[in-house]
Design a protein around this ligand. Structure first.
Ligand code: SF4
Length: 448
């Protein structure tokens, strides 16, 4: 059972030294109990307290990392059932199933796609990262795993029922933390022994949640922390039910035996590609840690990545850009100067329209804690006496000495006041309200 804030507080140093970033030991204890702080933030936790607190402070869904470097996928560490309660922590790792039944050209094509599919959405790099490699023959399995590692650097899931086959394929890349798939009732001890020897995570698989929980308990008894659950759901209803019950048991009941991230294989559930995408979207929406597809058609992969990004965005923290002056289309001293807020969506909408206009321009992005133009204006953050000092300190004067500033049309009412705040030599111009009108506006501005 998780400890309460008060129980945790009793085990702390109680000096209120603030080194953990919280004003008091009690505040830290409350945040720790809520899963919003890490135990190692307090440097004064004794070994005895660590032993008592370590398990209690572990998130209800354990963290698991598969792969290394840019392609590493970290899942789990989740603490809530609904995103609005706090946030979801780690986007699921999206990947593709590669088997020894595929010809070389297909395998190479999938690995190329795995390496190449990547897109940036509101400042977040989105891409599939996982290759799930399945082969009955141990030699073929090892060869495919080596190829996937070499060609795509992917986070690798190695699929075979035989512990010896898993070991021979995983050993050469053990430092890259492949996931062994899967330990079942029949082979649990052998697969777990390989996972322990190579220090890599492993998946457990069972047809019922009761059987899965029994295997989860065995993993806990063996002191395994990096485990992934496969409830082997075979229908859309099962996916919803299994994923929800697992998350609910972990988060609401602190049921450690099911307190691990999950994996789903929409690739195995249907031959209909669109239906597979629907199943995958349910896995993404309902808690799965890894989602494995039968191919990487961008028409289905990109919406799934976009869906993940949306669900896993922290609802309490607006996505924001760094404050600064962003050059677009290689601007010079005579180029127009636009100013707007650092809400990511605002930045990307405006910058992409400026880019599309082909007019070189300076885009001054002001930090208003990630709020949009009107929200920031209403909150008193995107107003004349805040914008003027920002512009003067931004260095835009040196870059574009004409000092003509274009403000968003939605805050036309601040133009006079901003003129006064900026003082002599500056000129405030009112731009358009809709981003789609920016290209026409900039072309006219440049022609005058
Ligand atoms: S660092 Fe530790 S001792 Fe200091 S206030 Fe935080 S919890 Fe208390």
């Amino acid at each position: 059972m998780a400890l309460s804030g008060l129980q945790i507080f009793k085990l702390l140093a109680k000096t209120n030294c603030k080194e953990c970033g919280f004003p008091t030991c009690m505040a830290f204890a409350m945040q720790l109990a809520a899963g919003k702080a890490e135990l190692d933030q307090c440097p004064y936790v004794t070994d005895e307290a660590k032993a008592a607190l370590g398990e209690a402070a572990a998130p209800p869904v354990r963290k698991v990392t598969v792969g290394a470097g840019d392609m590493a996928v970290t899942v789990g560490e989740e603490t809530v059932l609904y995103r609005h309660e706090k946030r979801f922590e780690h986007m699921p790792g999206l990947g593709v199933l590669i088997t020894d039944e595929m010809d070389d050209a297909t395998v190479d094509g999938l690995l190329d796609q795995l390496k190449q599919i990547e897109f940036n959405y509101v400042g977040v790099n989105l891409r599939p990262r996982v290759a799930a490699i399945k082969a009955a023959d141990a030699g073929k399995l090892a060869a495919l795993v080596a190829k996937a590692d070499e060609k795509a650097g992917a986070a690798i899931i190695i699929m075979n029922d035989d512990a010896a086959a898993l070991k021979s394929a995983a050993e050469p890349i053990k430092d890259k933390k492949p996931l062994l798939y899967a330990a079942t009732e029949a082979n649990f001890d052998a697969v777990a022994a390989v996972a322990k020897e190579l220090n890599v995570p492993f998946a457990i698989k069972a047809d019922t949640l009761e059987a899965l929980a029994e295997l989860g308990q065995k993993a806990l008894d063996g002191d395994f922390k990096e485990v992934v659950l496969d409830p082997a759901s075979s229908s859309l209803g099962d996916v919803l039910l299994d994923q929800t019950l697992i998350r609910r048991a972990a988060v609401k009941k602190t049921f450690r035996a099911l307190g691990f991230p999950t994996i789903g294989f929409p690739s195995n559930m249907t031959d209909d590609k669109m239906l597979e995408a629907v199943y995958a979207s349910v896995f993404v929406a309902k808690y799965a840690g890894f989602v494995i597809l039968s191919d990487l058609d961008p028409a289905r992969v990109l919406p799934l990545l976009y869906l993940s990004q949306n669900i896993y965005t922290d609802p309490q923290r607006p996505m924001q850009m760094d404050q600064g002056v962003y050059p677009i289309n290689d601007p010079g001293p005579d180029s127009p100067i636009l100013v707007t807020t650092n809400f990511s969506l605002t930045y990307f909408t405006v910058s992409s329209e400026v880019e599309a206009s082909k007019v070189p321009a300076w885009l001054c992005i002001m930090d208003v804690e990630g709020q949009s133009v009107l929200t920031a204006w209403a909150a008193g953050k995107f107003v004349a006496d805040a914008i003027a000092p920002f512009l003067k300190k931004s260095g835009i004067e040196e870059k574009a000495p004409h000092k003509k500033i274009i403000i968003p049309g939605y805050v036309a009412q601040i133009s006079g006041e901003l003129d006064e705040e900026l003082g002599e030599g500056w000129e405030v111009q009112v731009g358009v309200r809709e981003a789609a009108d920016i290209p026409k506006f900039l072309r006219q501005w440049s022609a005058n």
